[in-house]
Write a protein that binds this ligand. Structure first.
Ligand SMILES: Cc1cc2nc3c(=O)[nH]c(=O)nc-3n(C[C@H](O)[C@H](O)[C@H](O)COP(=O)(O)O)c2cc1C
Length: 181
């Protein structure tokens, strides 16, 4: 009797194990999606990631908002790079310790992540967490920013980031990382 049902039983166990391990990643990880966005493009990507992961959105707010006019914003950004500035952030993630995975999103400014991302990364302890960078840009890729993010997060699992200029690439990327709910 048992002999007859053993293969079916074994099959069911294997199937259930497969189902649970496939969903474990999104369910077991508490996910934060922190982002800075000046003109809204990175914010849209952050919202797609939030929708697909069920994570918590956190918009990084500069204490001194950037000018809405491009030239003035660009001048300030370039000055911040030249001086190694750490522009202050007016809000704070209340329970950073509780997150396992932190997406960090930003526009590329002067070929790199804006200096306010340095401020953000220096404001918390990311050790033991998975850090998932993403950016939008006018064409520059995320590579240069990855170097500085890795320097700020030496004890984190920093995943290769996505230059998310095509929004259709976001959902498949999140799924491939195993964070889709
Ligand atoms: C100050 C400033 C500097 C920029 N520097 C670059 C750059 O070096 N390379 C690039 O491809 N795009 C650059 N851009 C374009 C932005 O990266 C791009 O428009 C981005 O998608 C905007 O994202 P946001 O809408 O979330 O702010 C720059 C934009 C600004 C305002």
């Amino acid at each position: 009797m048992l002999k007859k049902f053993l293969p079916a039983l074994l099959g069911a166990v294997i199937l259930l194990t497969g189902i649970f391990s496939a969903t474990a990643s999104a369910a077991e990880n508490k996910i934060l999606i922190a982002y800075f966005s000046w003109s809204g493009k990175t914010e849209k990507v952050a919202q797609i990631i939030q929708r697909d992961t069920g994570g918590t959105l956190f918009k990084i707010q500069p204490a001194n908002p950037y000018p809405t006019e491009y030239k003035a914003c660009s001048d300030r950004a370039s000055n911040e790079v030249a001086t190694g500035a750490r522009p202050a952030i007016s809000n704070r993630v209340a329970d950073m310790d509780s997150y396992d995975v932190v997406f960090v999103g930003f526009p590329i400014w002067w070929y790199n992540a804006p200096m306010i991302i340095d401020t953000f990364l220096e404001s918390y302890d990311f050790s033991g967490k998975t850090v998932v960078p993403f950016c939008t840009s006018g064409g520059s890729l995320i590579g240069v920013s990855m170097d500085k993010i890795r320097l700020h997060c030496p004890d984190s699992n920093v995943v290769d980031g996505l230059t998310a200029n095509r929004s259709s690439e976001v959902a498949p990327w999140v799924k491939k990382l195993g964070y889709a709910k």
